[in-house]
Write a protein that binds this ligand. Structure first.
Ligand SMILES: [Ca+2]
Length: 298
């Protein structure tokens, strides 16, 4: 079930009356886990709150992980990241990062030296668009915009814009599995598109043992599974692209020392270097980008 709202294009899952926003303005009411709460869940909820600091204390509760196994991260390397970059999309090829930034008037796409964080080149997006997800497909960078239903294509080396396409609804995160583009819109639904024609091919509901898992944001396809930042939280969902099941959670709590970065917002940016098997994460207005390793215990 879904209900139409304002523009008639965006549709929300039943049970939410306000759309979650990637702009740092969370939904007024976050769907809460129901059924029997465990002590572990409450403890983790408290931990998630404590990690957010005073700026986020007025926000609704972050989504907590439920039944699936929880994993943590170790930092392998720390690199500088532009603390003014409102990260909405992240991809990598070797030593070059590709980043999409959001906010009206500040949106764009940029190539970045992984090691120094220096912006090698950039391309602004018109002030009418709020930049969102970004993926590298062959020589093409494919960027979504939030509510405009417009996607942009750039050459990966020159950032020259080589194409545009339309899609229905909001755009949040985008990645690909080698054959299809995979797109999130902040709900629990992922959509699969043809990477050349941008025609919608399939939809997938993301769920766990409690129900739909919404707030799916920045995406990365990693060794057969989909990783998704879940907004608003410090969690990454591990999703089966075949069934939509959340098979586990990666908890990023404590990754960024927020006392040194008071303006930093949610983690939102996952990039995987398949050639070297390196996984990177950063966040909106984060001063650092981290190469991480997933570990079993904190
Ligand atoms: Ca990504």
């Amino acid at each position: 079930m879904s209900v139409p709202i304002r523009d008639g294009l965006r549709r929300l899952p039943a049970g939410t009356d306000t759309p979650p926003s990637p702009a740092g303005v969370p939904a007024a009411r976050e769907k809460q886990a129901h059924g029997h709460s465990t002590a572990l869940l409450l403890l983790l909820l408290a931990m998630a709150f404590s990690a957010l600091g005073p700026a986020a204390a007025q926000s609704p509760r972050p989504r907590v992980f439920r039944g699936a196994p929880v994993r943590y991260v170790d930092v392998v390397n720390t690199y500088p990241h532009d603390p003014d970059a409102y990260t909405q999309g992240l991809a990598v090829a070797g030593d070059v990062l590709f980043e999409s930034t959001g906010r009206y008037g500040e949106s764009g796409v940029r190539r970045i030296d992984l090691h120094t964080g220096q912006v090698l080149s950039s391309q602004a997006v018109s002030e009418f668009y709020f930049g969102e997800g970004l993926t590298l497909f062959g020589d093409r960078l494919i960027q979504l915009t939030w509510r405009a239903g417009a996607g942009f294509v750039y050459h990966r080396d020159t950032l020259a814009r080589t194409g545009e396409f339309d899609y229905k609804g909001e755009g949040w995160g985008i990645t690909h599995d080698g054959d299809r583009l995979i797109v999130s819109d902040g709900t629990s639904t992922l959509r699969f598109y043809d990477p050349v024609t941008f025609e919608l091919q399939d939809e997938l509901e993301v769920w766990d043992e409690v129900g739909a898992v919404s707030g799916l944001n920045e995406l990365e396809y990693v060794k057969g599974e989909l990783l998704a930042n879940v907004f608003p939280s410090e969690l990454i969902a591990r999703i089966s692209p075949e069934t939509g099941e959340v098979t586990g959670w990666i908890y990023l709590r404590g990754l960024l020392d927020r006392s040194s970065a008071p303006d930093a917002e949610m983690p939102n940016g996952i990039a995987y270097d398949s050639k070297h098997d390196r996984l990177y994460v950063t966040g909106k207005l984060w001063p650092y980008l981290y190469e991480i390793q997933i570990i079993e215990n904190p």
